[in-house]
Design a protein around this ligand. Structure first.
Ligand SMILES: Nc1ncnc2c1ncn2[C@@H]1O[C@H](COP(=O)(O)OP(=O)(O)OP(=O)(O)O)[C@@H](O)[C@H]1O
Ligand SMILES: CC(C)(COP(=O)(O)O)[C@@H](O)C(=O)O
Ligand code: BAL
Length: 259
């Protein structure tokens, strides 16, 4: 049996993915998305999104490049400075990094809010339950008693005391329209997206071009390291960030073909 066959569709346990496979992390990622779809957490289209991300990650060398690490530190500083930080969760995020998002929320005292493009009550509930299984005490997004202005469609639904009122929002794998509408609301957006050409990182105050699997634990690690920093130090980190440079560096790395 080849390595690839070891992770074929009928595998029902991550432990069967060979850890010494050179592309272990990618195999694990797609397996988690597949399990997410089976559990009713992830939309089938999440597999397409995963495929797009995987292609860019391949070209980035499947590692956190230095400019992404810097963006992750800046994201941690923004979250520590925020008064009402919220981490937005969609079906891919819930399948890939549920425990890691709960840990980040704890580290920076943020709320978790389920916010879907393909919104159904069943998926909202399933994702909220899933996050609770991973230790989340409170999950927002079920009330959906406010709307993001200038955005048609179910994806505009948010909680009045969640994303609507947030000053800093982490929006991983976000759709471009919503990212633009949130930016127009004046929010500081931290977008995690492997495609530096995607509209969402291009409107973000902090674009993190990295795989969410690596990015979220690294933001948490930076937040813990900065936990005792004073406001002036955090502001200096935030002010020194050059978002255009972060996007350009990632694009250059992808175009260079250096793996
Ligand atoms: N594991 C992952 N980590 C980080 N980013 C990912 C991951 N998997 C997928 N992505 C990215 O998430 C995005 C999801 O797709 P989405 O449809 O919301 O954006 P898009 O249509 O590609 O771009 P736009 O932002 O312009 O609408 C893609 O850009 C993809 O590269
Ligand atoms: C599949 C997804 C990345 C997320 O969809 P949902 O979990 O419904 O918010 C969507 O935004 C897309 O790009 O098609
Ligand atoms: N995420 C759904 C379609 C879009 O990229 O805007």
């Amino acid at each position: 049996m080849t390595d690839y066959e070891t992770v074929s569709a009928d595998v029902d346990d991550e432990e069967e993915i060979p850890e010494d496979h050179p592309r272990y992390q990618d195999l694990l990622t797609r397996h988690r998305i597949e399990r997410g779809v089976e559990k009713g957490i992830t939309h089938l289209q999440g597999m397409h999104a995963e495929g797009r991300g995987s292609a860019f990650d391949y070209l980035l060398g499947e590692e956190t490049i230095p400019s992404a690490d810097e963006a992750e530190r800046v994201a941690a500083a923004h979250l520590l400075l925020a008064e009402r930080p919220v981490l937005s969760i969609n079906g891919n995020v819930a399948a890939l990094v549920p425990g890691e998002m709960v840990e980040l929320a704890d580290a920076v005292d943020a709320d978790l809010e389920v916010n879907l493009f393909n919104r159904t009550p069943e998926r909202i509930e399933a994702i909220a339950d899933h996050l609770r299984e991973y230790g989340a005490e409170e999950v927002k997004g079920l009330e959906a008693d406010a709307r993001i202005p200038n955005l048609d469609h179910q994806r505009a639904k948010v909680d009045a005391d969640g994303i609507y009122a947030a000053d800093v929002v982490v929006v991983p794998l976000e759709d471009g329209d919503r990212a633009e509408a949130l930016e127009e609301m004046g929010k500081i957006e931290i977008v995690i997206d492997l495609n530096p050409l995607s509209r969402s990182p291009r409107v973000a105050e902090v674009p993190i071009v990295d795989n969410i699997i690596r990015a979220v634990p690294n933001v948490t690690a930076h937040a813990r390291e900065l936990a005792d920093a004073d406001e002036a130090e955090l502001r200096a980190i935030v002010d020194s960030f050059d978002r255009e440079n972060a996007l350009r560096t990632a694009e250059e790395r992808i175009r260079s073909g250096e793996l």
